[in-house]
Write a protein that binds this ligand. Structure first.
Ligand code: BV8
Length: 256
């Protein structure tokens, strides 16, 4: 969909869906000026590869650098606001059942008013002890105090004195089992699945739209670029999250 008219077949699917599950990736936040995961990092971090930094190996090698990177990202997210795509999903949930399953570690869905069913890869805002998992809420983990430096010593856990780590899922780490179960149920039980803003590279998150298709559930993909999923989905809308999602919402009568 590069122009503003919506394919009538898509409009029919949207109007008829009582339960919609939305699987979002980093592209969902791109129009909120949050760099996508595989876009070149900006500024201080532009020479680093996110897929290298988001690993337990990077943490073992240099926890101060990894902590500084996540604090920088958390501060950046706090300086942005939800875009019309986030807002459309929150509004849609006032009219129909909408379950949001996100790979994103930002809080923009929540700040737009969505209740997120599952944060598959954790959150920038839930640091925890790297040893005893105690959640950490000390002021030294507040993104507002983050500075633009390459290394910041992580805080120490008040219970066991181990280093506090970012509350995200790194490559090679298992997804939180409760989050994965909720996401799999949301993808299996819905009338329509919308996958938006993901390159569809990271598993097992990328398997959710595939599971829905295998179960005979229609899948609409929203992405300005084709992905490995684009030839498999029921409808591919070649547009952005902030354009595509409000266009779909237009087809859903307001509640009441
Ligand atoms: C695990 C948190 C097992 C950290 C992230 C097969 C099966 C299972 C696992 C694997 C497998 N094959 C390989 C694996 C291992 C690995 C994996 O998938 N690797 C990939 C690289 C091949 N998976 C894992 O390690 C996972 N764990 O499987 O554990 C296990 C079980 C038991 C015991 C031990 C282990 C864990 C993966 C989680 C990694 N953590 N994030 C952090 O954020 O720092 S993933 C990271 O990539 C991001 O969080 C992001 O969520 C994710 C995916 O990226 P996207 O969201 O798709 O973003 P990307 O930049 O790639 O694309 C953006 C898209 O948006 C583009 O398509 C672009 O066109 C589009 N776009 C741009 N602008 C817009 C837009 N769309 C709409 N609107 C716009 N305006």
């Amino acid at each position: 969909m590069t122009d503003t008219t919506l394919d009538p077949a898509i409009a029919d699917l949207v109007r008829g869906a009582a339960w919609v599950t939305v699987c979002s990736g980093a592209g969902m936040s791109a129009e909120s000026n949050v760099p996508t995961f595989r876009d070149a990092e900006t500024g201080l971090w532009e020479r680093f590869d996110p897929t290298e930094l988001a690993t337990p190996q990077a943490w073992s090698r240099d926890s101060a650098m990894v902590w500084a990177w996540y604090q920088w990202r958390a501060k950046l997210v706090r300086s942005t606001t939800p875009n019309p795509g986030h807002v459309a999903l929150a509004e849609w949930a006032d009219r129909r059942t909408v379950m949001v399953v996100t790979q994103n570690v930002d809080d923009l869905h929540e700040r737009a008013g969505s209740a997120v069913t599952a944060h598959l890869h954790g959150s920038l805002f839930e640091p925890r002890c790297s040893h005893c998992d105690l959640p950490y809420s000390g002021i030294d983990a507040d993104p507002e105090v983050a500075t633009e430096t390459l290394r910041v010593q992580p805080p120490s856990c008040p219970r066991c004195l181990s280093e506090v780590r970012p509350g995200v899922v790194w490559f090679g780490e298992p997804l939180p089992s409760h989050a994965w179960e909720r996401a799999a149920d949301a993808a299996a039980g819905c009338d329509l699945l919308i996958v938006v803003g993901t390159s569809g590279i990271v598993y097992p998150a990328a398997s959710l739209p595939e599971r829905a298709l295998a179960a005979g559930i229609p899948v609409i993909e929203i992405n300005p670029e084709p992905t490995p999923l684009s030839s498999l989905v029921t409808h591919f809308m070649q547009t952005t999250a902030a354009v595509g999602l409000p266009a779909l919402l237009q087809e859903v009568p307001p509640a009441g």
